[in-house]
Design a binder for this molecule. Sequence first.
Ligand code: PRX
Length: 564
Amino acid sequence: MTTTAAQPGTWTGTWLEAAREIGLEPGGPVNIGWHCSDRICRMGLGAKRALLWEDAEGRSRTLTFDDLRLLTNTFAAFVRGLGVGPGERVCLFLDRVPELYIGFLGILKTGAVAQPLFSAFGEDSLHVRLQDAETAAIVTQRKHLGKVRRIREKLPHLRRIVVVDGAGAPGPGEVHLDLFGAAPVQEFAVHPTTADSPSVLHYTSGTTGQPKGAQHVHGSLPAQYLTSKRVLDLRPEDVYWCNADPGWVTGTSYGIIGPWVNGATQAVLDSGFNTDRWYDFVAKHRITVWYSAPTAIRLLMREGGEAARRRDLSCLRHLCSVGEPLNAEAVVWSERIFGRPFLDTYWQTETGCIVITNLPGMKVKPGSMGKAFPGIEATVLDMNSLRPLDRPGAVGLIALRPGWPSLIRTYRNKPDAYASKFRNGWYLTGDRSSIDEDGYFWFVGRDDDVINTGGHLVGPFEIESALLEHPAVAESAAVSKPDPVNMEVVKVFVTLKPGYEPSDDLELEIMNRIRRKLSPLAMPQEIQFVDSLPKTRSGKIMRRVLRAKEWNEPVGDLSSLMND
Ligand code: PRX
């Protein structure tokens, strides 16, 4: 057998023990929304603080687990009242406002699927993802409503637009929800979801085609519970901060589900990066556990340790990082400044939970991602035979044995792409690494053309498609180029149609167009106008040739190159 799809949601081994710790039994009901709120209240923690929220303007809100229970009930009743049924997709297109966190759990309580999208997405990025998901309703804010309205006509499945800070008369199909002003719903009949019921839909970029909808299930819960407990080391007295946006999987698995299913207090800062504001936030809320990312750490490093020394940050007890390679220097720097290293963790949208990691107490080898999480079987496979390499130091493809609870169950509308991720009984991550004699993984790079900018994956296809809509662009190729802070940024090579000449104005216009239509992350930092692009004999653009030049790496086998 060469292909193994994920197993259905029965928990075994470590995961079964974890499931039982949170009152789950195989075959029984499981609902992430209920487990992260009602169950915590039933454990007697209703009065405990669940959310400490603050934004850049100084607005703030504190919610207890009992508030969370009532508000998620209220949100759920509202969604059900809109006629949105179980399994239908409801998009959350919001800044990191409390409604995002509450809405996420509320949607899950109804059995509908939560589809969070980064609020900085432009209309093209939004459109592609809502169209593919056949999203039934979108929850947004006034400031983002314009983007939704502009694509509305092209989305026949979109029945409702919910505005959480609406004013004046709502437009057609629009409805206002004043969540904090509404009468709290005391009891809500949570939809009887099971381990295999769809829960969260995250879009993730690949090399070919538009982003794929990675479909998670409610049965993932023991995975997020256990990894948050063991890796993030969440304890009852902790105040936890995950600075990821729930538009990405870190912001849901570890910015909503993981902490709350553990009954932990979490703080949320709705603001972009700002050294002083971040450190003030840590000091003010006495943050004890911080889950961050290498780009943020590099930014902090750049600003120097002085800002950290000016404050009392002794509250920080445990630091973790995810999303990109964590340089050894960043680990050493954090040890010097915070008195403890950032511990690297590795996982993906598809895995749903941390799979390779440094555990508290484990010897840190700066620059390594750590070892397989207990309960996860991980290896590296030979690139050709796809058999495990058992030589320490040999570079291969990181592969995981399917069977842990939070592996996605499909890519929406793309079952073949999903099936292709499984070979010889392994799930292929698409990343390359070696393993040393102690079982530590050393990340080498991705095995595809996807650009990882500041921890966020950007698909070249999405950028190139948007570029093609520009009247001057004949062909283009988007690749990564090195960057000291974001590790990688987007660079595009463009050939122009006859009658167009390269110019600084054109370059700026193209950059801005991508920023507006896709997102600030996808915006190319450099555009190089060229006469032709390297192609294979079959006419496929060879991004890897362009990329290798940017990184000063050997180009590799060029035998299939057509125009050399
Ligand atoms: O290439 C790996 C990189 O980010 C990819 C997953 O991105 P995404 O699905 O957006 O999920 C990000 C948050 C889990 C991986 O395939 N990546 C993630 N963590 C690390 C990493 N690369 C190096 N070191 C890491 N710790």
